[in-house]
Design a protein around this ligand. Structure first.
Ligand code: FES
Length: 171
């Protein structure tokens, strides 16, 4: 996980490629999010200072667009395709099943940082609809009943790492 200092360095480097013009706000937000995975509050402040815009205005613009995130993605970031083919094949029900199973809402990251959930437009494999992608692995022909099973390997991996971390700290 990136530290606050590393995030500030990354933002400073990005800002160095832009003119201090208000029209650069959206491209700046996009580039910072691409680099950091989300928009930390401090980064928004740094962008506002750079563009000499009120913080509240930058915040208002960032929250207006649902492409922007304000919390880090989970280790097992999960996206549910809601393009036409997947939507018609039950994407909404799968999304709801994932929300229940992970105990988070779409757009959120679980408190332990393991899972985050998002809906996306067509990801280009409609023949496999409905599709869920977790940590770059495609789960084709998903159904609400397969959600629990599909998440087991990730949960086991997360638990395994937790146990490994505990035993290392005891040694
Ligand atoms: S609509 Fe989901 S992959 Fe195309």
């Amino acid at each position: 996980m990136i530290t606050e200092e590393q995030a500030s360095e990354a933002v400073a480097e990005i800002l160095g490629h832009y003119e201090k013009e208000k029209k650069n706000l959206i491209p700046l937000l996009q580039e910072v999010q691409t680099r950091l995975g989300y928009l930390p509050r401090k980064a928004l402040q740094e962008i506002a200072d750079f563009l000499k815009m009120p913080d509240v205005e930058v915040w208002g613009v960032a929250t207006f667009y649902n492409q922007f995130r304000f919390v880090p993605l989970g280790k097992y970031h999960t996206v549910v395709c809601m393009g036409t083919a997947c939507h018609l094949a039950g994407g909404r029900l799968i999304l709801e099943a994932l929300e229940r199973e992970l105990n988070i809402k779409v757009g959120e990251t679980a408190e332990d940082g393991n899972f985050s959930l998002e809906r996306v437009a067509c990801i280009g494999c409609c023949m496999l609809a409905p599709v869920v992608v977790t940590k770059d692995r495609i789960h084709p022909k998903m159904t609400p009943f397969k959600v629990e099973e599909a998440l087991i390997p990730y949960k086991q991996e997360a638990e395994g790492e937790l146990e490994e971390g505990k035993s290392k700290s005891q040694n």
